[in-house]
Design a protein around this ligand. Structure first.
Ligand SMILES: Cc1ncc(COP(=O)(O)O)c(C=O)c1O
Length: 328
């Protein structure tokens, strides 16, 4: 029976969903949304705050500031509240309303960037704002999830060993790429142990993380408009790009089976399903990581008007279905 006195001390690390009957291929989904922050970002937040305290950068008078599409912001809000720090989250207009409300409920301030930078992305504009704040007052401490080694180390120390222990015969691991903290931490762990695990990065079409032309992306979590400094592509065996419409169809297919996951899980499962359809999956052990759950997306991915305005009336009925799937 787990008994805790601070919220960051609880995280469900051992839950997997067997998706074979839903996607038609062998695929285990590691669920990272069962903690008080509701996402995998609890791990990065904990590691980065602990390191900043250890280094003396974070002290009782500090004001934490971070650029986040939402989930890291919620995790930092929770830990900041628990430890008595102030926290300011710089996000953009794609941040879900419920995610913003969560941060505010936890006592944080939220600054919304509404204008993209000259590349057409929000990330540069968010980071510019954080830099301006830090230059204006030395109480601001920016953990900088995009470059902070604590971000990938969190997964090197927790997510990857947990998967390795649960699946000693693991062949393929599918990981969504945002800051690439999860991707790099897991990839380094298996590479250093000479485990023959294929590391497959899953990204959104329109993200520039692995090159390519920037395009509108509306689903937060995965993809970037600036190349992530943490990324070292030499650890990545394959990259899959997923259209947001496929992400949405996959989220809805999972929901029709009672599993309400967030947008990036739809992306990762869609990409994994396509990859598995093109490979011999007999005797293959494959795992994908689900970064969060679906409740924060009720006003977006699971809302008909939002879907139809952005992706067209027939987005859920399209013929482009991933292998083994049924129309939702
Ligand atoms: C929902 C969701 N999925 C995926 C990711 C990507 O994880 P990472 O930043 O470790 O690449 C994030 C990161 O914020 C996220 O919030």
């Amino acid at each position: 029976m787990p008994v805790i006195s601070v919220p960051q001390d609880f995280n469900e690390e051992e839950l997997y969903v067997d998706l074979r009957s839903i996607v038609g291929h062998p695929l285990f989904l590691k669920c990272e949304g069962f903690n008080f922050a509701g996402s995998i970002k609890l791990k990065a937040a904990t590691e980065m705050i602990t390191a900043a305290e250890r280094d003396g950068a974070l002290t009782p008078g500090s004001i934490l500031v971070e650029s986040s599409s939402g989930n890291l912001g919620v995790a930092l809000s929770m830990i900041a509240a628990s430890k008595g720090y102030q926290f300011l989250c710089v996000t953009d207009s794609r941040c879900n309303l419920s995610t913003r409300r969560l941060m505010e409920a936890l006592g944080s301030h939220v600054h919304i960037i509404t204008e993209p930078d000259t590349n057409g992305g929000f990330l540069g504009a968010r980071i510019d704002h954080v830099r301006t704040l830090c230059a204006s007052d030395n109480r601001y401490i920016w953990l900088n999830q995009y470059a902070n080694p604590g971000n990938w180390k969190a997964h090197y120390h927790t997510t990857a060993p947990a998967i390795a222990a649960a699946f000693p015969q693991l062949d393929v691991l599918f990981i969504g790429a945002g800051t690439t903290g999860t991707l790099m931490g897991c990839a380094r762990y298996f590479w250093e142990r000479h485990r023959p695990v294929r590391i497959i990065a899953v990204d959104s079409v329109g993200s520039v993380t692995f090159g390519g032309t920037p395009r509108r992306r509306m689903i937060p979590g995965l993809g970037t408009s600036l190349r992530p400094p943490l990324l070292d592509e030499s650890y990545v065996d394959d990259v899959i790009h997923v259209e947001e419409a496929d992400t949405i169809r996959t989220c809805h297919r999972l929901a029709r089976n009672g599993f309400l996951f967030g947008g990036s899980t739809g992306t990762v499962v869609s990409g994994a399903t396509d990859w598995l359809a093109q490979h011999d999956t007999r005797a293959l052990t494959a795992v994908a990581i689900a970064p969060d759950l679906g409740e924060r997306y009720l006003d977006t991915i699971y809302q008909t008007n939002w879907l139809q305005d952005l992706y067209g009336e027939n987005v859920l009925n399209s013929n482009k279905l991933t292998a083994g799937s049924q129309p939702v």
